[in-house]
Write a protein that binds this ligand. Structure first.
Ligand code: NAP
Length: 314
């Protein structure tokens, strides 16, 4: 069995070693320009067109991340690059859900407990009581209730926040989280929310979803936490909503252009917290174990989960 690994920076050695430990019978190589040789499995991140050329024996493509927009294109326009009939498999959790829950909970609690205001007081040497917020006044709307969104929503609920979440399908669970679905359920999910968390995949349906129209539906002085993709956010709409006070503050981990250009207005905007796409990192050991397990299952003729529907975009 041949496994070919691609990374845009060419640094594949650690994944080669990791996969070799799990699959000692496999022959594993890092992709070099011009490599069109047969491979049974392709493991990749942000592929170029050459590595996705049809390849003899190819049985599956594994994406080294949960979001597949870098494979399918921001608006799904690159889906036709995929070799016909070869499944694209995404990462499912692999240690990212806990990281996401930590990051989003930290941001939400910081806003709810008014820590920014106490920070500002401290710089003025002020000892001053601030009326505590009430959980009942802090409904949280989570866009995307998949592997990561559901885990984050449950973590927020464990702190007592009233949590609603939005997904595409009408599936329900016993988490106690109020679930809405489809276009018809969108307004009910976001209306009056004090904190908006975005964990949608980037697809033709969800690009630009974080816009002025949505911000206007939230409570006045709402908070945004975007940990999904930069292209979900209409950046000028957020700056305008921060100016008007409709949005009180935002925590952004992802951006349309990464690294965020040094002259980008976000660097100077007040009440923005920016982090360099670190909310949930791909953890090598967990990732290698998950992919190796799925390759072994496919080799035994078993079915696997995490197969992307290119038409749906996630
Ligand atoms: P997932 O399991 O596929 O979940 C996606 C969720 O979004 C599902 O609940 C799905 O609905 C919902 N959804 C998709 N399209 C929708 C639409 N048009 N309308 C309403 N709901 C829609 O994905 P995941 O593993 O949770 O990952 C989510 C995203 O997080 C990734 O795509 C990636 O962009 C981002 N991410 C960011 C980082 C980071 O470090 N910042 C790290 C990892 C992932 P159904 O439940 O009905 O299918």
């Amino acid at each position: 069995m041949d496994i070919l690994i691609f990374s845009p920076d060419g640094k594949t050695a650690a994944y080669e070693t990791g996969l070799a430990e799990h699959l000692p019978q496999a022959s594993i190589r890092g992709w070099q320009p011009g490599d069109t040789a047969p491979a049974d499995y392709l493991v990749l991140w942000k592929p170029n067109a050459q590595v996705l050329q049809p390849r003899e024996r190819l049985k599956a493509i594994f994406n080294l991340g949960a979001g597949v927009d870098a494979v399918l294109g921001t608006r799904g326009e690159d889906a036709q690059r995929l070799p016909a009939g070869v499944p694209l498999v995404r990462l499912e959790d692999a240690g990212m859900a806990d990281q996401m829950a930590q990051y989003v909970s930290a941001a939400a609690l910081r806003y709810f407990r008014r820590l920014d205001e106490f920070d500002a007081q401290q710089t003025q040497g002020q000892w001053k009581f601030q009326k505590p917020n009430r959980l009942a006044d802090f409904p949280v709307a989570v866009l995307g209730y998949g592997t990561l969104g559901a885990h984050v929503a449950k973590a927020l609920k464990s702190f007592g926040f009233p949590v609603r979440a939005w997904r595409r399908s009408p599936r329900s669970d016993d988490s106690g989280i109020t679930l809405h679905h489809g276009e018809a359920g969108f307004d009910a999910c976001v209306s009056g929310a004090r904190i908006l968390v975005n964990l949608l995949p980037l697809t033709p349906q969800t690009v630009n979803v974080l816009n002025a129209g949505l911000f206007a539906k939230l409570a006045h002085g709402a908070f945004l936490i975007n940990v999904a993709r930069g292209a979900h956010l209409v950046e000028d709409d957020l700056l305008a909503a921060l100016d008007s006070g409709q949005m009180a503050a935002a925590t952004l981990d992802v951006f349309r252009t990464e690294p965020l250009p040094t002259d980008h207005p976000f660097w100077r905007a007040p009440r923005l917290t920016l982090t360099p796409h670190i909310s949930a990192l791909t953890l090598r050991d967990e990732t290698v174990a998950q992919i190796a397990g799925k390759i072994a299952a496919l080799e035994r003729g078993e079915s696997i989960t995490g197969i992307v529907d290119p038409a749906r975009g996630y």
